[in-house]
Design a binder for this molecule. Sequence first.
Ligand code: HEM
Length: 494
Amino acid sequence: MLVALLHILIPLLIASVVYYYGINRILGLPPGPPPLPLIGNMLSFKWDLDRVLLDWKARYGRIFTVWLPFPMVVIGDYEVLQKHVVKDGDVFLAKRNAEQLNEIMLGGPYGLVFEDNKIVKEQRKFALKSLHEVGFGSAALEDVVHHNAIEVVNRWRKSEGAAVDVTDNIMKAISNVVWSIIFGDNVDFDSEMVTKFRQLQQSGLPLMGGPFMMFIEYVPALRKLDFLFGSPIKRLQAIMDETNTMLKEAIETTKKSFNPSADLPRCYVEAFLREMKKNEEAGKPAGNFHPQQMQMSAATLWGAGVETTVSTLRLCCLELVNHPDVQLKLQKEIDDVIGERRIRLDDQKVLPYTCAFLQEIYRIGHVLPINFLRQTTQDTEIEGMSIAAGTTVLPQFSMVHYDPKEFERPDYFCPERHIDNGQFVKDPRITPFSIGKRNCLGEPLARMEIFVLFATFIQKCHFSTVGKVPPPVTFVTNFGRSVHPFTVKIDPRN
Ligand code: HEM
């Protein structure tokens, strides 16, 4: 009996040791922390993973493998990211999409974030062209953003010493801008629909980011045990049902005022409807320009475009009350250079300290704790190691932002590090919108919104602590990353 047991146990033990120390080598992957069978390195997993990843980078090299719970090659080194993910863009174009999550949330690989790798080039190209047509980079869109900025500060200026959570008004301003880009309508600043839409998204984020969602990608059969884990799938589906009903209504409203013979589309949905019509009239097959792709592109533009920008602006306000000296410098710069006239995007050239502040915000405030996964499209070589086609890659640019080898005291908030001889120094190592051919599609809009809104906040308002001690700068991390709720006091300036 004992001998039989040993016959089973000894090979099992040997297999476990070989797996633990040798599985990466056997699979031709770069070295990394030894993974446990089934759960890989999940015991070390937390959403704010950069510090753990930086430790592993120090131990295993500039690229390394982690199992979360499946294997992925992590690249979190500035030079390696540039040399490979940027320069060999096509090799890192494809994403390793979360198939189960895609099916639960989008009904399949549609939209503009997790779409089928075969349609990425076409849909990105179309989206970039359409977003440009509907106003990216235009003075008209800047006017809309400035109008919303003034609405926010006017409300804050009436707060009369009360404790203010800045989230609500920032969210309304950003939502209105993004909504008009997607659906063409300028909704009321206090639109309940927009607030509801954001609430739905907010309640979905923690569910999307739970460990259960990671495991169902690995073992899809686990989906049936949803009820044992607090029913995250069922709850996500309910949120998506409600979201989809609202999206359909918004698209129907856009269709009612859609004028196909206008020179340019008013919004993304109109651009999509024009493309569908063009194909139909030319007798061409609809291809990927079908209602599901339109609806999911709208959903993903909304999902990607609101919370990210709101989080960044919230962080700006929180850092202001944590660094009153920095706020005074910002106020002085804007008073001296701009005075009372309207802020314009072009003022970036004459506001070096404001640009330095925002670059420091972009360094510490990445909005995705773990970047989206890519998948190599062909065999390649990184750091002398062969990486096979189809390997999952995590281009974790935020590791660079927090790497003490790149930035002295990386946890310390210091706009001055971006100033040299009174001039702002743009830092190519800071890439909050990611890198390569899947970088953020909304970067020009987001940068413009953040600059115009933030500079207007400084011009018109003074932010201070409610009590004596400012709220800490700590992050809630799940699928997204943003600072914990906080309140401030806001007094009018000028
Ligand atoms: C401060 C604001 C924002 C930040 C920091 C940000 C950051 C990011 C990051 C890190 C990614 C992932 C890139 C990757 O997979 O490597 C991303 C993707 C994306 N973002 Fe943004 N984003 C912001 C605002 C926006 C806005 C305003 C829009 C559009 C209205 C937008 C649309 C998208 C889309 C469509 C993708 C997916 C691109 C693709 O997979 O090909 N984002 N963003």
